[in-house]
Design a protein around this ligand. Sequence first.
Ligand code: 13P
Ligand code: ZN
Length: 278
Amino acid sequence: MKVLDAEFVKGFIRMTADGWDQGWHERNGGNLSYRIKPEEAESIKENFKPRDWQDIGTEVPALSGEFFLMTGSGKYFRNVQLDSEANICIIEVDETGTKYRILWGLRDGGRPTSELPSHLMNLEVKKKIDPNYRVVYHAHPANVIALTFVLPLDEKVFTRELWEMFTECPMVFPEGVGVVPWMVPGSREIAIATSKVMEKYDLAIWAHHGLFAAGVDFDATFGLMHLVEKSAEILVKVLSMTPQKAQTVQPDDFRHLAKDLDLTLSEEFLYEKPASPR
Ligand code: 13P
Ligand code: ZN
């Protein structure tokens, strides 16, 4: 089968197009990775032409021998749907988990996303927790980024504020969201910090930069990004109108929701707030 005829490749390309349509991918902003199932790799392996091994820049031993579909560094999400083979690639991780090689794609040259260490370390952490996790998505949604200049960079505050904006949030991400302080993009340090957050959450906000989401498939992962950005947009609108909400969902309301829907909502997010400003 041709690579572009495989369903997982079509799903990947659709997700990049959907992200572009949302306005989350100015220029080359954002990146996407998918841990390919063995039977999916088998179905397209006749197209693989291995290039040289390169350093990943970190170690992911639990991903050794696995195949990944990823966006290329410096490539525009806008162009993935127009010329996929030039803008995305399939890579293989070596037996030591420290090197990768390109097997397909990036037809005119290039390398996988500069956030390769973060993608692979997040995929590794998630695989260890639940092997069904396969997708890691990084985008630059404006409202989430705006909030990182206004709210304390504290996972308790971000989780609570996003939950309050609409009730789908605690239902879809009851474990909350994590926050990574500003760090150099593409570095091993930010990859380590993000993968630590991913041990607990499916969402890692990058202060003054963007958001990482992880999920079992393209729909779940895109939906998570979409939900958080929508919630952030509502909060930005509210804070633009008033520094203090006139009314909101209270800790006991969340406890009630958790009981009725059989959700686990950690008490760490259900703190009492001071009377002002939020
Ligand atoms: P890449 O073009 O290397 O994927 O980088 C984009 C980005 O968003 C970096 O954080
Ligand atoms: Zn980025």
